[in-house]
Design a protein around this ligand. Structure first.
Ligand code: ADP
Ligand code: MG
Length: 477
């Protein structure tokens, strides 16, 4: 989980935005232990792509990219439109020639191949899947699928037999005689996958393969890719700008402005034959047993919209509903780390006419401070819970102090020392789930002389709301 949403990144959002520009490029060759002994099937070194060199419209599409990909890895390249994702895929596929740099795919230095050799390589070593499916409308589904075999020595009957088998594998046995436009988007993409697989290439390249599909078809196609990776042992290199698709990957390559800016290993990706690392069972793992199909990463992604909603609802009530929806989307992307602090600020302050939410800079900073504060505290709770699970007796005082400070931002008055102590006790009880939300609120509200903290009802409500928000944020991280 922490691999995709690195928890300490949620701290100091503003500071991070200041640093993010001059980060060193990440090491794109570190893999999880499972892949350490596997062969490097793609090696990219010092890759530059410049369009229109020397002209006024000169554009650097790739700006010094380095990474290795191991056999059977599932890599997802993630980044905003125009950052160079497709260019990377096209170069690995042998469709584009870099301005400089070395690219080796399955032991072949692509720059050293003749054009015939490149064509052979492209047909047999990589299968490509595109957002627009790229099917030929005048050919039947079956003929589309067997098109890449046209250069092979096999006779037509053999090719058709292979094509039919492939269509059956993808659940399209009944559609071979149809034409692409008679099929739904999801079905057309499965035809695209069948075509990519027909030469049995070891590497599959998928460029926004589900970008045009509704969420159900997208899930179906993503699961096919996952199966191809886990069962058929294909190396998958996929491209997306949707953070909700990241949990299929073994590693995520984050790109921005033609650069690789971050590489994350997804430890949640399960591999049946991987050595089992026994890990501590957290409260969260136990909760997960009620949802056997969900990984914590799934859950985090699922919960992100809800968390975003709670955060935004907490922060403001004066916005129009459209703007609130948009704001939730922006905050969700921040929670999923699809936006860094700087990008978050720019989204928040962009005017509504160009798709922003038109916040003033001070208001955006205030919201960012709230997110920062709540996330930071939730990370502390998580750390506390983890050390508790490991049987370490980590003192809770510091966590409680920090939480109290966060909560008291909602409080105008001053607390006496004995009231502070009472509040601390309440926070501790709530953290340990000895009391629930209502009991916590009631405790805050109850007069000090009756064993409570003695806050007024409105303040008690505000404080307990923030406490619940912080505790919610900790889930699924
Ligand atoms: P992505 O797939 O991440 O959206 P691309 O790899 O398609 O990005 O493009 C990267 C950058 O290179 C973009 O700024 C794009 O405008 C530019 N680019 C891509 N192809 C060409 C081309 N043929 N001529 C000029 N610029 C191009
Ligand atoms: Mg693209």
């Amino acid at each position: 989980m922490d691999e995709v949403t690195t928890t300490n990144e949620n701290k100091n959002i503003v500071d991070q935005s200041l640093q993010s520009e001059d980060q060193d490029s990440p090491d794109g060759s570190i893999v999880s232990p499972y892949f350490e002994d596997k062969e490097k099937v793609v090696i990219v070194n010092g890759l530059y792509v410049v369009y229109n060199t020397g002209k006024l419209n000169e554009a650097i599409a790739l700006d010094g990219i380095n990474f290795d990909i191991r056999s059977e890895e599932y890599i997802t390249i993630f980044g905003p439109s125009g950052c160079g994702k497709s260019t990377v895929l096209n170069i690995i596929a042998g469709l584009e020639i870099p301005s400089s740099g070395n690219v080796t795919v399955i032991d072949q230095d692509l720059a050293s191949l003749s054009s015939d050799e490149i064509a052979y390589f492209h047909r047999n070593s990589v299968g490509m899947i595109f957002q627009q499916y790229n099917l030929i409308p005048t050919l039947s589904v079956l003929d589309n699928v067997i098109l890449p075999l046209v250069f092979e020595k096999r006779n037509v009957r053999e090719r058709k037999k292979l094509g039919k088998e492939m269509l059956r594998r993808l659940g399209l046995g009944d559609f071979e005689k149809r034409f692409p436009q008679e099929l739904s988007g999801g079905q057309q993409q499965r035809v695209g996958i069948a075509r990519a697989l027909i030469t049995d290439p070891p590497i599959i390249l998928a460029d926004e393969a589900v970008g045009n599909l509704d969420s159900q078809s997208a899930k179906n196609v993503l699961e096919i890719l996952d199966d191809l990776n886990l069962k058929s042992k294909k190396t998958i290199i996929s491209v997306t700008h949707n953070p909700e698709h990241l949990f299929y990957a073994d590693r995520v390559f984050y790109m921005r402005d033609g650069k690789l800016v971050k590489v994350e290993i997804n430890k949640e990706k399960e591999r049946e034959d991987a050595p089992q690392i026994t890990k501590e069972r957290t409260e969260f793992d136990i909760l997960l047993q009620s949802f056997p199909d969900l990984s914590p990463m799934h859950l985090h992604v699922m919960l992100a919209p809800f968390k975003a909603k709670m955060l935004v609802a907490y922060f403001l009530s004066r916005f129009e509903s459209e703007e609130i929806k948009h704001l939730e989307e922006i905050v969700k992307n921040r929670l999923l780390n699809a936006l860094d602090g700087e990008q978050l600020f720019s989204e928040l302050t962009k005017s509504t006419e160009i798709g922003g939410v038109g916040m003033t800079a001070p208001m955006a900073k205030k919201l960012m401070a709230v997110i920062d504060d709540v996330m930071d505290r939730s990370v502390m709770i998580k750390d506390q819970n983890e050390s508790l699970k490991q049987g370490r007796n980590k003192p809770m005082e510091k966590l409680i102090d920090r939480l109290r400070h966060s909560l008291l931002e909602e409080f105008e008055g001053e607390l006496r020392i004995d009231e502070v102590k009472a509040l601390n006790r309440g926070i501790e009880y709530r953290l340990l789930s000895k009391i629930n939300r209502e009991e916590f609120m009631e405790y805050l509200d109850r007069p000090f002389s009756d064993g409570g903290v003695g806050l007024n009802r409105k303040t008690a409500k505000k404080l307990s709301r923030k406490m619940e928000l912080i505790m919610l944020m900790e889930y699924g991280q």
